[in-house]
Every structure is written in structure tokens, then in C-alpha cells.
Design a protein. Structure first.
Length: 341
């Protein structure tokens, strides 16, 4: 068989580990040939490829990013996009695709599967918001990066008696903020699933100051105040209809200064959360996903996504990953609220 592999959406620590595992098992156990498609769905759309074999995937396990490149190309928004993909796959004698990505990438994979393209999905997102899998690789790395930043910010906040707002990624789901905030000892964690009261946040800030410590407030980029809307950078949409988020941390910093008279600063972690080497957990999870993805192809079980359920890797319908987002349960947020203030 000749297998195509692509990585789409935002880059994510662990992508290279998946690629390596897919190729390693596919070549050594099944004798398959692999073609790497460059830059997400742009690769099969425009016929952009690179060779994938044992040599080209050696040594990539600890590397962040993706050797295949990525993009947010949506073939369903391009004239004759789907037809061009199917034609290119046929010309290259591609028997099946391994699509590694998040909600948007796997959403395209689901539609292509319904149109006859043989696809296996691998879940990837630092936001951990894909449904029907307990964790996605990249999440653990991003949380550890955020916690390291929070640990460093605690000392400078206390030296200057300031409140510091740490803005992390999380458009609709607050998993990074929740885990990083709990692990980092934050005075408050604000997530998209629960609208926040500015006055209550100010109470928590003052409470932490009164205890002799400077407060750190962790806020997801998609968090929304009770009397406001999601703050966006502009109204420009990407090919999947997503608006650019930016500014909620800066806005909250100004509110805290105005209402408490305390000095406040904001630190936006942004793409720092995506970069660098994956943690051991993410390397192992990504490797296991890759091994099980190529096994699914070998067994002809297409239209599926590999998923983590407990400690087992299982196969679930591709559509089940993107039908609904996996959001933070209110009971988990209630556990964190014990430590606010």
C-alpha cells in the first residue's frame, strides 16, 4: 500500500512523534510506502509532497512542530477543492490517508471519508477539546509550559506587589487555563465555559494581597465577562470561520487597576505554548496514536480516529470527534474554585 500522511491546523508538540511511529511500523511490519503531504490539506490539494521513510523520520521524536509543515487550508472553501484532492490522490496511487489534526482538520477528513476517500484520523490539539478521547497530545506540553511561566511570574509579581494576568490559549474550552491555574497556584482561573464577574475577580485579587502574596490570574483567551462579549483582535475570519482572539488579558488588567487601585500587568503566552520539545507524556501518547493509526489502515478500518480511553488506545468514528467540543465540566471548575482568592 501507498499511504499519505498530513498534519493540519496549528502546530503542536508531538506531531513528529506520530509521523515517526506511523512510518516506522508501516515500513518495518507491513512494507508500506509513504508520501508526506506538505502544509496540511494544501498538500493533497496542490500535489505538494516530500518523501517519508525510515531515514527521513529518524531523530524527529523530540522535535516540536512538524516536518511536514501545516496550514489552515480548507478544501471545501476552494472551488473544485475536493475533486482536485481526489484526482491528486489517484495520480499518486495513494491508497489511504493518515490525517493528524484537530477539529478543523478532522472535520475535513470526516467529509472526505463520506465521499469515498479512505482516511484514518489522529487527534491533535493543545486545547484538549476534541471529543471522544480523554487527552490529545500537545496538551500536556502546553500546560507544563504555562506552569513554568506562572512559577516565574509569581516571583516578579511578589517583588513588585503587582497582580499579573496570564493569558493562555483556549478559544472555547478552558482546559489549559484550568490545569495550569491549579498547578501554578493561581488566585483565580477564568475559562470560556463560565462567564466571570469582574468584581468577584477583584475580590480574589485583594484577598490574595491581604494574605501577603501577589495574585496571579490565569485567563483563557476565550473567557467572557458577565456583562460583555468575547474580545477579538479584528473581525477577519480564517478559512474555517474562526475569528482572531486577542486582548482579554489586557482588558482585565485595566479593570483590576481601575477597581482596586493595584498595579496590574498582563503576560500573553500565545504561541510559546505550541513550541519546543514535547513532554515525555506527549511523546508516548503520540507514538501510541501513530502505531494504532497504521494498524487501523492495515486492517482496513477506515473512517475512524484513534483515541485514548483510560490507558487504552481505541478506535472511534471520525465524526464523533468533531460533532461536539469537549468542554470543562462545571464540577471540575468547582474543585478549582476552592483555591481562588
Amino acid at each position: 500500500m501507498r499511504i499519505g500522511v498530513l498534519t493540519g491546523g496549528g502546530d503542536c508538540p508531538g506531531l513528529n512523534a506520530v509521523i515517526r511511529a506511523v512510518v516506522r511500523k508501516g515500513v518495518k511490519e507491513y512494507g508500506y510506502e509513504f508520501v508526506g503531504f506538505r502544509d496540511g490539506w494544501k498538500g493533497p490539494l496542490e500535489g505538494l509532497t516530500m518523501p517519508l521513510d525510515l531515514a527521513s523520520t529518524r531523530g524527529i521524536l523530540p522535535k516540536g512542530g512538524t516536518i511536514l509543515g501545516s496550514s489552515r487550508t480548507n478544501p471545501f472553501k476552494i472551488e473544485n477543492g475536493v475533486e482536485r484532492i481526489k484526482e491528486n490522490l489517484a495520480k499518486m496511487n495513494i491508497d489511504a490517508l493518515v490525517a493528524i489534526g484537530g477539529e478543523d482538520t478532522l472535520g475535513v477528513a470526516t467529509k472526505l471519508d463520506s465521499l469515498g476517500v479512505k482516511v484514518i484520523g489522529v487527534p491533535k490539539t493543545i486545547d484538549n477539546d476534541l471529543n471522544n478521547t480523554d487527552y490529545t497530545f500537545g496538551f500536556d506540553t502546553s500546560v507544563n509550559i504555562a506552569v513554568d511561566a506562572i512559577d516565574r511570574l509569581h516571583t516578579t509579581a511578589e517583588s513588585h506587589h503587582r497582580a499579573i494576568i496570564v493569558e493562555v490559549m483556549g478559544r472555547h474550552a478552558g482546559w489549559i487555563a484550568l490545569h495550569a491555574g491549579i498547578a501554578g497556584g493561581a488566585a483565580a482561573v477564568l475559562i470560556p465555559e463560565v462567564k466571570f464577574s469582574v468584581d468577584k475577580v477583584c475580590e480574589w485579587v485583594e484577598s490574595r494581597f491581604k494574605s501577603g502574596f501577589a495574585p496571579i490570574v490565569v485567563i483563557a483567551e476565550g473567557a467572557i465577562p458577565q456583562d460583555g462579549d468575547m474580545i477579538t483582535k479584528d473581525q477577519t475570519l480564517d478559512s474555517f470561520g474562526h475569528v482572531k482572539l486577542s486582548g482579554i488579558g489586557e482588558w482585565l488588567s485595566g479593570q483590576i487597576e481601575e477597581k482596586t487601585g493595584r498595579e496590574a500587568r498582563v503576560s500573553v503566552l500565545g504561541h510559546i505554548q505550541r513550541g519546543g520539545s514535547p513532554t515525555a507524556f506527549d511523546r508516548v501518547l503520540a507514538t501510541r496514536f501513530g502505531v494504532h493509526a497504521i494498524t487501523a489502515i492495515h486492517e482496513g478500518d477506515f473512517g475512524k480516529m484513534v483515541a485514548l480511553h483510560g490507558t487504552k488506545i481505541e478506535r472511534v468514528p471520525l465524526a464523533s470527534a468533531t460533532t461536539n467540543l469537549k468542554l470543562v465540566d462545571p464540577s471540575l471548575y468547582a474543585e478549582a474554585e476552592v483555591f481562588f482568592g
